[in-house]
Design a protein around this ligand. Structure first.
Ligand SMILES: Nc1ncnc2c1ncn2[C@@H]1O[C@H](COP(=O)(O)OP(=O)(O)OP(=O)(O)O)[C@@H](O)[C@H]1O
Length: 264
């Protein structure tokens, strides 16, 4: 085998992949079959958006591919490494070192200021030099996402948009391979949604792979690609190309037309 063939065989072209992923909840009678064989391939640096009607399985998919919950069958690979066979402690380590999470509601500790809340997870298990590096990273992230000036504020003294940007900084402080977001703008008004989505666009442009669940076509229009779930299956997808601000309305309109065809 020549060198080119060897490289081809060992180089992974996806950051995150699922194969024939299923998830059934057996806690209900009858059991609830939520994911029914999902094949997904997320490219390095891609911004993938997951849409679908309420109850179609979006959050379950996000949890199953990020190791927050175990799928019933099928495999998930992160940078070529199979996650589905890992133990709980190995999976926790992968989540801590390779994944970042942003949810609809930001959970922060009320007795710490914004900066210490962002810093806390990044300090886990670090020595003195690791601590200095984490502090430098967090300060740079807060600067990058426009919240350096609120670093000493208490978490009740900042806006919802600032808090979500702080969540993004916290999620990025561990330098994840993938940033997962579940309805990150679901609790925000439209101007805060804009500022948070500008931050996600920045994250994506910095090269981080993003997988986001949203109901909001305006938010989804930021993505490179949108997949549509119905009854736990991916029934269609739309390639969007790179986000450009002047095309925002056109992208949203095109996405809406596609979504309407799908019955959204
Ligand atoms: N732990 C659970 N036990 C039983 N059923 C569950 C559980 N979690 C989710 N479900 C069911 O799985 C289905 C999909 O839920 P999921 O939250 O993934 O949908 P979704 O598309 O994210 O919905 P929404 O847009 O409303 O958040 C729903 O019918 C839900 O009731």
């Amino acid at each position: 085998m020549n060198q080119a063939m060897t490289n081809e065989a060992t180089t992974t072209t996806t950051t995150l992949e699922s194969r024939e992923l299923t998830k059934t909840f057996y806690s209900t009678e009858p059991p609830t079959e939520v994911l029914r064989g999902i094949d997904l391939a997320v490219r390095p640096g891609e911004f993938l958006v997951v849409m679908g009607a309420s109850g179609s399985g979006k959050s379950t998919l996000l949890y199953s591919i990020s190791g927050m919950d175990r799928p019933t069958s099928g495999t998930v690979l992160l940078e070529g490494r199979e996650l589905t066979s890992l133990s709980d402690s190995e999976m926790s380590e992968v989540r801590l070192t390779k994944m970042g999470f942003v949810f609809q509601q930001a959970h922060f500790l009320g007795n710490l200021d914004v900066r210490d809340n962002i810093l806390l997870p990044a300090l886990k298990g670090t020595d003195r030099s690791g601590r200095d590096a984490a502090i430098a990273r967090v300060d740079a992230l807060m600067e990058r996402f426009g919240i350096a000036h609120i670093k000493d504020h208490g978490i009740t003294q900042v806006s919802g948009g600032q808090l979500q940007r702080a969540s993004i900084c916290r999620a990025l402080a561990g330098e994840p391979s993938v940033l997962f977001a579940d309805e990150p703008t679901g609790a925000l008004n439209s101007s805060m949604t804009g500022e948070v989505m500008d931050a996600f666009t920045g994250v994506h442009r910095d090269g981080t792979t993003v997988v986001m669940v949203t109901h909001d076509p305006g938010v989804a229009a930021r993505g490179d690609r949108v997949i549509y779930l119905r009854d736990g299956q991916v029934v269609d997808e739309k390639a969007m190309g790179s986000w450009q601000e002047p095309e925002a309305q056109q992208r949203e309109d095109e996405l809406l037309a596609w979504l309407r065809e799908l019955g959204f």
